[in-house]
Design a protein around this ligand. Structure first.
Ligand code: MN
Length: 339
């Protein structure tokens, strides 16, 4: 992190300001944790902060301290547009492309505010005045913690802020299992625990909070599991009719793709999901173990991207056409996948 950037950010935060904090569409634990952690911090300095989420947050995150302060663009467009227009600073957290805010993008583009990007996805787009981007860091929350230290805010990191930061670090590392976890990650967690956070409580709230529909949809995806051992690949799929009959709720398919990686001999896992409103829109998630780059694969073939070991993409067509396309593409990656 360059010192001059930290100094510039410090300068921007000297006077009390109207500040908008924006997570990506379909915010996850890291997006919500980083936005709320930053909000609590900035409020301590007397700034007037508003978190504006493009859309709603899954129920397993609704306990996060400060959650009730969040404004939702899809529910209250007028209020959200006012907050964006009045902002002097806009922080965009946990994404690298303004299009990830959905329809909010036009209002952000029209805002007078200086934009500060804080994120850990690869290849950030050039939309911000100040960019804090580090794809080697496991979560935006971990990066935010480092920024707080560099700004000299260490003493202000209380139990509430620590809880928010831990949430994002935990969810983006698969509970500290992913290769992005370093000794520094654990150092920071140690500091957060010293602040009195209840880690097992946080795990319980996030992971032992499944609805019946979520577990049944997981069951259906596992029934639809296919293994292509030649390519050390597993794929699953969910059709719209499955989602309907099992009473799908937003967020229910989150994380299912990771089950493919739990299979012995599988290093690449994919799930294809028909959109609940349009079965020709196929959402795809990719996960890998080791060197195979989900980011490159998603970027090159499925209009997406993300990280080396976790990425997303999309395609248009019948789900089985898309799966067949996927299987054909795999044949070009035989050497990479059989490592
Ligand atoms: Mn993240």
């Amino acid at each position: 992190m360059k010192n001059e950037k930290v100094l510039l950010l410090n300068e921007l935060l000297i006077d009390k300001k109207n500040i908008a904090i924006i997570p990506h569409y379909n915010p996850d634990g890291d997006a919500i944790g980083s936005c709320l952690g930053l909000m609590h911090m900035l409020n301590k300095f007397g700034h007037n902060t508003k978190i504006i989420s493009p859309n709603s947050v899954p129920s397993f995150l609704c306990w996060t301290p400060g959650f009730n302060e969040i404004l939702f663009f899809d529910q209250n467009e007028k209020h959200c547009c006012e907050a964006i227009a009045n902002a002097e600073l806009i922080f965009t957290l946990d994404f690298n492309d303004l299009n990830r805010t959905g329809e909010m993008v036009q209002f952000i583009n029209n805002a007078d505010a200086k934009i500060i990007l804080i994120d850990h996805h690869q290849n950030p787009k050039d939309y911000a005045n100040l960019i804090f981007s580090d794809p080697n860091i496991s979560s935006t929350c971990e990066l935010l913690y480092e920024i707080f230290l560099r700004l000299g805010f260490e003493k202000k990191i209380d139990k509430t802020i620590s809880t928010c930061i831990y949430l994002g670090m935990m969810t983006d590392t698969g509970s500290f299992k992913f290769p992005s976890v370093t000794s520094r990650t654990h150092d920071i967690v140690s500091n957060l625990i010293s602040m009195g956070i209840k880690t097992s409580c946080i795990h319980n709230k996030v992971y032992n909070n499944s609805s019946e529909s979520k577990i049944k949809i997981l069951g259906r995806a596992l029934e639809n599991l296919n293994i292509i051992s030649e390519f050390k690949t597993a794929y699953m799929f969910l059709e719209k009719k499955d989602l309907e009959s099992l009473n799908y709720q937003k967020g229910d398919s989150e994380g299912i793709v990771n089950y493919g990686l739990s299979l012995s001999g599988v290093n690449f896992s994919t799930i294809f999901i028909e959109d609940f409103n349009d079965e020709k829109k196929i959402k795809i998630s990719f996960r890998s173990i080791g060197e195979f780059s989900c980011d490159n694969f998603a970027r090159k073939h499925f209009n997406g991207g993300g990280h080396k070991n976790a990425a997303g993409g999309k395609d248009h067509g019948s789900i089985f056409e898309v799966i067949n396309k996927f299987k054909k593409i795999l044949t070009n990656y035989k050497t990479d996948l059989s490592k």
